[in-house]
Design a protein. Structure first.
Length: 483
């Protein structure tokens, strides 16, 4: 049987509160009963003290205890005068046999202190002289700490022994205790009912934010990425709601990127395919002749399409963390110089000047995949070459310290706004879409650069160039710091 979180939480709260209330009531009942027994004992001690006072006065008047030995009824009258209830059989002089039976009341098997209160107090009091010879009362065992002195003329003339109670069995007292226990039972039931109501209200209040998150999660699972949870308070539940909202926002952004990705990819693939298809169809229909120039143009389009597919494949490998590297010490300055040589003809064609500023005091080595690093530098130079205005300037800075090597590529206008700098490494993102397509860019070059840098344990960022255009700064771990 499946229980919801609400019922589990309610049951746990109810059990906790119920155990607490039950323990409190049991302790109250135990404390009350012990207090009641203690009260009864103190009351008996007060009565014993009154008996001792009356006996001291009688001894002072008569000078001995012979009057009690001769007339047993005097003992009963003395007890009644002290407010002690005397059974009827003690009000008259008992025969010798009956007096012996009264005197021989046996002590309980568990000890003298467990005498039940159903035995009258008059039968639990004994009077002895200073030699502990019986004067009046039953012959019962009395503990040493339950003897009370009868003093007259400044000296002890007798002792009163008391066998105290431990168990309340008196009808009136028992009725009172039973009534209190009944009241405690009703209080316990009322406490449990109140605990149930409080636990239910508390559980609903506590689980309400979680239920809101559950409802929103179901909507999110159904594809409603615009759903949000109201954040209230500053605790773990509010943090859960804030994290859920952040998750929903991330999923919504990813969904938007995914849709834009599909649109952009379809467009990027459709354009060269349409050009190639149109050219081939014209050749097949005889509209155009298969001249070397047209065949070269078709080959160029096929190469562009193949490069786009290769770039997409590289990004998919990076996403799956399966981009394999063949790492070896690479001289970054020499690698950049090699790439500059490859781009030199196109730079001259665009009338762009390129300056390399590198520290030649020692080799700037990085532990990297030389092929991927060449692709990284090539993409950076390709980006500057495509989007820098003619007669502009490109500057490459290479510097290093004990731990890292920094490569920075700066170019002249046009520049990039601050808002676009944050998106420039997004896949298929173009600052000027129409101009980018006219120049042959796919919007994947800088995204590939970021993945190559990250897989090498480096950092990459974009900023405004001092030359007025874009600056891409890359930091890579130095080779000796990775050994």
């Amino acid at each position: 049987m499946k229980f919801s979180v609400f019922y589990k939480w309610l049951l746990s709260l109810l059990l906790t509160l119920g155990v607490i209330v039950t323990l409190i009531l049991l302790l109250v009942n135990w404390s009350f009963q012990r207090g009641f027994v203690s009260y009864a004992r103190q009351n008996e001690i007060l009565q014993i003290e009154r008996v001792a006072s009356l006996l001291a006065d009688a001894y002072k008047r008569r000078g001995s205890w012979q009057f009690l030995r001769d007339d047993y009824r005097q003992w009963a009258k003395m007890l009644e005068s002290a407010g002690i209830v005397v059974p009827p059989q003690m009000r008259e002089q008992p025969p010798r046999r009956q007096q012996q039976e009264v005197a021989d009341i046996p002590a309980p098997s568990s000890g003298p202190d467990l005498m039940a209160a159903s035995i009258p107090l008059a039968h639990r009091i004994v009077l002895v002289d200073t030699r502990r010879d019986p004067i009046a009362g039953p012959r019962i065992p009395v503990r040493e700490d339950h003897w009370y002195a009868v003093r007259s003329g400044g000296k002890t003339v007798a002792w009163i022994g008391l066998q105290p109670i431990e168990i309340i069995t008196d009808e009136l007292a028992r009725s009172f205790i039973e009534q209190q226990r009944t009241n405690l039972v009703w209080i316990l039931l009322a406490g449990l009912l109140l605990s149930l109501l409080v636990a239910a209200a508390w559980a609903r209040w506590f689980l309400r934010p979680i239920q809101r998150v559950m409802t929103a999660a179901r909507q999110l699972a159904a594809g409603n990425y615009a759903t949000r949870v109201t954040v209230r308070g500053r605790n773990e539940l509010s943090e859960l709601a804030a994290n859920f909202n952040q998750l929903a926002q991330t999923l919504a952004r990813n969904e938007q990127i995914r849709r834009q990705w599909i649109v952009d990819i379809s467009h990027e693939l459709r354009t060269p395919i349409a050009v190639i298809g149109g050219e081939i169809e014209a050749l097949l229909d005889g509209i155009r002749k298969p001249t070397p120039e047209r065949m070269a143009a078709l080959h160029s389009e096929i190469e562009a399409l193949g490069k786009l597919v290769d770039d997409l494949h590289l990004l998919s490998l990076a996403d799956q963390a399966t981009l394999q590297l063949v790492q070896e010490p690479v001289d970054l300055t020499a690698l950049v110089q090699t790439q500059i040589a490859h781009f030199e003809p196109r730079l001259q064609q665009q009338k762009l000047s390129l300056t390399l500023d590198a520290d030649h005091s020692e080799p700037l080595l990085v532990l990297a995949d030389a092929r991927r690093l060449s692709q990284l530098v090539g993409n950076l130079l390709e980006n500057s070459l495509r989007y820098t205005d003619p007669k502009g300037e490109i500057r490459i800075l290479i510097d290093g310290d004990g731990e890292r090597i920094v490569l920075e590529v700066q170019d002249s206008p046009p520049g990039v706004s601050e808002t676009e700098l944050e998106k420039i490494f997004d896949r298929l993102y173009r600052v000027d879409r129409s101009r980018s397509r006219a120049l042959g860019g796919s919007g994947l070059g800088l995204a590939i650069c970021r993945e190559i840098v990250l897989v090498h344990g480096g950092q990459i960022r974009a900023a405004k160039s001092p030359l007025g255009g874009l600056a891409i700064q890359i930091s890579l771990p130095r080779e000796r710091s990775l050994r």
